[in-house]
Ligand binder design. Structure first.
Ligand SMILES: [Zn+2]
Length: 181
């Protein structure tokens, strides 16, 4: 049977990503799926996220990023959706549930437009960075499908932290939330 391009790209990443089957990877994925842990991890990196509507954040594990033409780009370990709010005073859209970051108005409401209910973020889990270039290429590909400034890498391997962050990928590490283990 002839393989489609979709299948082969998908298999390329999965085969390349042998860490997917390591106990470490599973442990980190299961940890992040436990209630409260994603919030601990993300707020350890960006304090403004403390005011997100965490009760209604949705976590999708192993969900595909699909292009407009239906092409399956790949599946980050976690895609999470953060509810959007709209300021009734200045109409700014934001994720802050306390007040509008633009005009400080507290007259805010969940975004009424179905298309704009959520901001999407992804977290890729790599216990160890086996190959910096390959990992960066994979994450940049995901980012190019609408995840600018919304890309996280969860790893125990901090050797390339500065390089990833310089490329717009925030590096998450469990030690930043270790006090809560
Ligand atoms: Zn406002």
């Amino acid at each position: 049977m002839k393989k489609s391009h979709n299948q082969s790209l998908d298999q390329y990443w999965k085969l390349d990503d042998q860490q997917l089957n390591t106990p470490d990877h599973d442990a980190m994925l299961l940890w992040i799926l436990k209630p409260g842990n994603l919030k601990k991890l993300i707020t350890s990196r960006s304090s403004e996220s403390e005011n997100w509507d965490w009760k209604n954040v949705k976590i999708h594990a192993e969900e595909y990023i699909v292009s407009n033409s239906g092409f399956r780009v790949g599946a980050p370990d976690i895609i999470f959706l953060v509810p959007h709010y709209i300021c009734k005073t200045c109409k700014t859209t934001h994720n802050d549930t306390n007040s509008c970051p633009n005009c400080n108005s507290e007259d805010i409401a969940p975004h009424p437009d179905h298309e704009h209910h959520y901001d999407r973020y992804f977290v890729e889990i790599k216990p160890k960075i086996e190959n910096f270039g390959t990992t960066l290429r994979q994450l940049k590909l995901f980012i190019s499908y609408g995840y600018d400034d919304r890309a996280y890498l969860f790893t125990k391997d901090l050797r390339f932290k500065a390089e990833f962050e310089g490329q717009g990928i925030k590096v998450l590490h469990q030690s930043s939330v270790q006090s809560s283990f």
